[in-house]
Design a protein around this ligand. Structure first.
Ligand code: HEM
Length: 404
C-alpha cells in the first residue's frame, strides 16, 4: 500500500475541493498572499507573478516532473514528451516541431479556421438554445488540430473522448484525487498511442501534406524524430492543444455574457477580438497551474527549496496579482498593452501553440460577437468539469434574443 498523502493545509484543501471549480479565485488569492510557502515537505506553492515568472525561466528548475519526491507517476524517459524535457534535449525536440507552428504557417490557417468557426457559431443563431461547449468550444480546436495533424474527419469523436479523459490526469499531485491516474485516462492514453502508431505507419507508406508526414521527414543538424518521438508529440499536440483551447473558448463566451458591457464593446468594434482573447487568458486561465522540480537547494523568496521539491506554480493566481494588474478581478477587454499574463507559461516551455490558439479564439469571438442575435446566459446554464488544472465549463447554455 502506498503511504497516505500528507494532510492538506486548509488553503489547498479549499482550492482542490471539486465544489469550488466555478470560482477558485478567492482560494487562489489566499494562496498567492501566503506565497511562497511549503505546506508540507516536498511541495512549495508559488502564486505571485514575479516569482512564478522567475521559476519558469530558472534553469535550476526542471520540467521532468517524475523526478519530484512527490511524483505519483514516474514516466521513464521513453514515454516523456518534450513538455517534460529540459534543455538541451528539450531544445532539440522543440526545434524539430516548431516550424509547423511558426507565425507564417499559422497565419495561413486563418481562412480555413474562419470557415469552420462560421459554420459552428452559426448554430447559435438558430431557434432554441445553444450549448457552447459541444456546439463550438470542442469542435473548433478539434477540427483544426485534426486537419493539421492529418487525422481523418470520421475519427474526430474518438479523439475528443480520449482527449477529455486524458485531461483529467493532468491535475497536479495534490488534492483528493492525487496520484490516481484513472482507469479511463490510462485506457485513453493506450488508445491514443495505438491510433497514432497506425496513422504514422500509413503516412510513412503514403506521405500527405499534413503534420504527421512532416514530422516523419523533418531533420535538423542530422537529427530526426523516431516513431516514438512522433507518437508522443502527436498525443501532446492533440491533448495540450485541444482541451486548453476548449476551455479558452468557453471561458471567453462566459466572461462576455457575464459582462454585457464588454460584449457590447466587442460587438461595436470586432477588431477588439484579439485584445478580448488576451484579457480572457489573464482573467480566467485555461491552464490553472503547472509544476517544476528543484534540481538543487535554494530559495524562492523566503521559502526554502530542497532538491526534489515539487514547485506548484499557480498561473491563475499570478494573472490576478494586484501588484501587476490594477483591479485584477475586473474583466476589461480594453486594458491595452499590459504586463504579460502567464497563461501560456514563460521561458523555454512557452506554449508552442499560443499563436494558433490566439488566432482560433479571436476568430471565434469576433464571429460570436457579431451574430445577428443577442446571446444571453441561461440561468443555471453553466456546469464545470471536475478538472482542477485544465479547468473550464462542461456545459454552457445560452439563449438568444432578436437584435432590435
Ligand atoms: C505548452 C497553455 C494551446 C501546444 C504549454 C504550456 C502552457 C500551455 C501553460 C506550458 C506548461 C509549462 O510550462 O509547464 C496553453 C493554453 C492554450 C494552449 C492556455 C490554449 C488556450 C495550445 C495549442 C497547441 C499547444 C493549440 C498546439 C496545437 C503546446 C506544446 C507545449 C505547450 C507543444 C509544450 C512546449 C514545450 O514544452 O516546449 N501550453 N496551450 N498548446 N503547448 Fe499549449
Amino acid at each position: 500500500m502506498p503511504p497516505d498523502p500528507p494532510a492538506l493545509p486548509e488553503e489547498i484543501a479549499e482550492l482542490t475541493d471539486p465544489g469550488h471549480r466555478e470560482d477558485p479565485y478567492p482560494y487562489l488569492g489566499k494562496l498567492r498572499e501566503r506565497s511562497p510557502y511549503r505546506p508540507f515537505d516536498g511541495l512549495v506553492v508559488v502564486g505571485r507573478h514575479a516569482q512564478v515568472s522567475a521559476v519558469l525561466r530558472d534553469p535550476a528548475m526542471s520540467a521532468a516532473r517524475d523526478r519530484a519526491a512527490l511524483s505519483p507517476t514516474p514516466q521513464g524517459p521513453r514515454t516523456r514528451n518534450f513538455l517534460h524535457l529540459d534543455p538541451p534535449e528539450h531544445t532539440r525536440y522543440r526545434r524539430l516541431v516548431a516550424g509547423a507552428f511558426a507565425r507564417r504557417q499559422v497565419a495561413g490557417l486563418a481562412p480555413r479556421i474562419r470557415e469552420i468557426a462560421a459554420e459552428l457559431v452559426g448554430g447559435a443563431a438558430g431557434p432554441g438554445g445553444f450549448e457552447v461547449v459541444d456546439g463550438l468550444a470542442y469542435p473548433l480546436p478539434l477540427r483544426v488540430i485534426c486537419e493539421l495533424l492529418g487525422v481523418p474527419f470520421e475519427d474526430r469523436d474518438l479523439l475528443q473522448d480520449w482527449s477529455a479523459k486524458l485531461s483529467e490526469a493532468l491535475d497536479p499531485p495534490i488534492g483528493p484525487a492525487a496520484g490516481r491516474m484513472t482507469t479511463d485516462a490510462a485506457r485513453a492514453r493506450a488508445a491514443f498511442v495505438a491510433y497514432f502508431r497506425k496513422l504514422i505507419e500509413q503516412r510513412r507508406d503514403a506521405p500527405r501534406d499534413d503534420l504527421v508526414s512532416h514530422l516523419l521527414q523533418v531533420e535538423e543538424d542530422g537529427q530526426r524524430l523516431d516513431d516514438h518521438d512522433i507518437l508522443t508529440t502527436c498525443v501532446l499536440l492533440l491533448n495540450a492543444g485541444h482541451e486548453t483551447t476548449v476551455n479558452l473558448i468557453a471561458n471567453a463566451v462566459l466572461a462576455l455574457l457575464r459582462h454585457p458591457d464588454q460584449l457590447e464593446r466587442l460587438r461595436a468594434d470586432p477588431s477588439l477580438a484579439p485584445a478580448a482573447v488576451e484579457e480572457v487568458l489573464r482573467y480566467d486561465a485555461p491552464v490553472q497551474m503547472t509544476t517544476r522540480v528543484a534540481r538543487r537547494a535554494g530559495t524562492i523568496g523566503a521559502a526554502e527549496v530542497r532538491p526534489g521539491d515539487m514547485v506548484l506554480l499557480l498561473l491563475g493566481a499570478a494573472n490576478r496579482d494586484p501588484g501587476v494588474f490594477p483591479d485584477p478581478d475586473r474583466f476589461d477587454i480594453g486594458r491595452g498593452p499590459a504586463p504579460a499574463h502567464l497563461s501560456f507559461s514563460a521561458g523555454p516551455h512557452f506554449c508552442l501553440g499560443a499563436g494558433l490558439a490566439r488566432l482560433e479564439v479571436a476568430i471565434a469571438l469576433e464571429l460570436f460577437a457579431t451574430l445577428p442575435v443577442r446571446p444571453r446566459l441561461r440561468p443555471g446554464g453553466v456546469v464545470y468539469k471536475r478538472n482542477l488544472n485544465l479547468r473550464g465549463p462542461d456545459r454552457l447554455l445560452i439563449d438568444t434574443d432578436a437584435v432590435r
